[in-house]
Design a protein around this ligand. Structure first.
Ligand code: PLP
Length: 389
């Protein structure tokens, strides 16, 4: 198939993606003199423009420059990296933490590093792409259990016992990025322990938002996974990723994770902004996340009242508005844009076939009036397109 044929095939199936440059990335932004509401951003706590982050990043650039200048194992490991890692370890209640270039690179590095030469990886079917790619890159056998189906996980673990010298790893998101629901972490933790498997939990959509002082769902449950991973481009309002774990596993990761070893260390500005965000989580003792979750519950109620088939519970600020068909989801997003609302149409392979949706994220930039206006717009478009009867 030529590139042109491949592109027209994607278009025919409603799967073509393209870039659109925005002048700004706030939850509420100005485009050509008009105010738009942005419901596609993961800047949940509206920290990306917070003066504390901007000041910290600016000072870091002035003092340390724009790049770390090398891999962490050569000259790119600065005292600011070490300080952030120590603060992240304290915050998550883990022994230590390692900062990576992004959340994707964290998962891509950590899973193969734990896997070593021989492993079996057990993944939730709806795990984020970076966890799936990490499992694939590990070169081990991998098994996918039905979404949040702990009985299925247990069956797969008993069907595929560890062979001599083999590591088994259970991998799950704590909050699933496209559905916004939570994993049954306490059960998964118990199952992994019983099976003698390592447990990796991705807390990218939970840290800063959920748990004590925003320390995530594992902290809320008082459980310590073997490795907790997180991207810092979401509630942190910054960029980068980290893995928190024991000293022994961190040493293994530093020695084996290719995305850590063969990649330039995160620039000082990102480190400083992330550290400032962490300071705000701690200073507000979870109140930022609690306020956000109140708004998410309010938006969920508005959409349910408009007759959208919403998930029964609100576990996070991610609210999926299900459409089903790929073309219909694109049309929905286009019609929302006519009403000056940005909300991404999420289609396969990001979500399973037949479950295209609008992924609506509430952030602290949205007022009650913004939420009401958006819910009205969703209802009007839903009725016009026949998503609502
Ligand atoms: C659950 C999850 N893990 C990891 C990532 C990747 O993080 P990053 O954007 O920092 O690469 C994302 C989203 O982007 C995510 O949703």
């Amino acid at each position: 198939m030529t590139p042109d044929q491949a592109l027209s095939d994607l278009k025919r199936r409603g799967l073509l993606r393209s870039l659109r440059a925005l002048p700004d990335n706030r939850g509420k932004l100005e485009i050509g003199g008009e105010t738009w509401l942005n419901f596609s951003s993961n800047d949940y706590l509206d920290l990306a423009h917070h003066p504390a982050l901007a000041d910290a990043a600016t000072a870091a650039v002035r003092q340390l420059g724009c790049s770390s200048g090398g891999s962490r194992l050569t000259s790119g490991h600065l005292t600011v990296h070490a300080a952030l890692e120590s603060a992240l370890a304290d915050f998550t209640g883990m022994e230590t933490a390692l900062v990576f270039g992004s959340g994707f690179l964290t998962n891509l590095g950590v899973i193969p590093a734990l896997a070593g030469n021989r492993a079996q990886v057990f993944c939730d079917r709806l795990n984020h792409a970076s966890l799936i790619d990490g499992a694939l890159m590990s070169g081990g056998k991998w098994h996918r259990y039905r979404h949040n189906d702990t009985a299925h996980l247990e069956t797969l673990l008993s069907r595929h016992p560890a062979q001599e010298g083999e590591t088994r790893i259970v991998v799950t998101d704590s909050i699933f990025s496209m559905d916004g629901d939570a994993a049954p972490l306490a059960e998964i933790f118990a199952i992994a322990r019983r099976a003698g498997a390592l447990l990796v939990v991705d807390e990218s959509h939970a840290i800063g938002v959920l748990g004590p002082a925003g320390a995530g769902l594992c902290a809320e449950l008082g459980m310590t996974p073997d490795v907790l991973t997180c991207g810092m481009g979401k509630a942190f309002g910054s960029y980068g990723g980290f893995a928190a774990c024991s000293h022994a596993l961190a040493a293994l990761i530093v020695n084996r994770a290719r995305s850590f070893i063969y990649s330039t260390g995160l620039p000082p500005a990102c480190i400083a902004a992330s550290h400032a965000a962490l300071g705000l989580f701690i200073e507000h003792r979870g109140a930022l996340g609690e306020g956000l979750m109140d708004r998410a519950r309010h938006m969920h109620a508005l959409l349910a009242a408009a007759d959208f088939a919403m998930p029964p519970a609100v576990a996070s600020p991610i609210l999926p508005v299900m459409v089903g068909d790929n073309h219909a989801a694109l049309a929905f997003a286009d019609r929302l844009a006519e009403k000056r609302i940005l909300c991404g149409a999420i289609r396969p392979p990001t979500v399973p076939p037949g479950t295209a949706r609008l992924r609506l994220t509430v952030t602290r930039a949205h007022s009650a009036a913004d939420l009401a206006a958006a819910a009205d717009a969703f209802a009007a478009v839903g009725r016009d397109l026949g998503v609502l009867q």
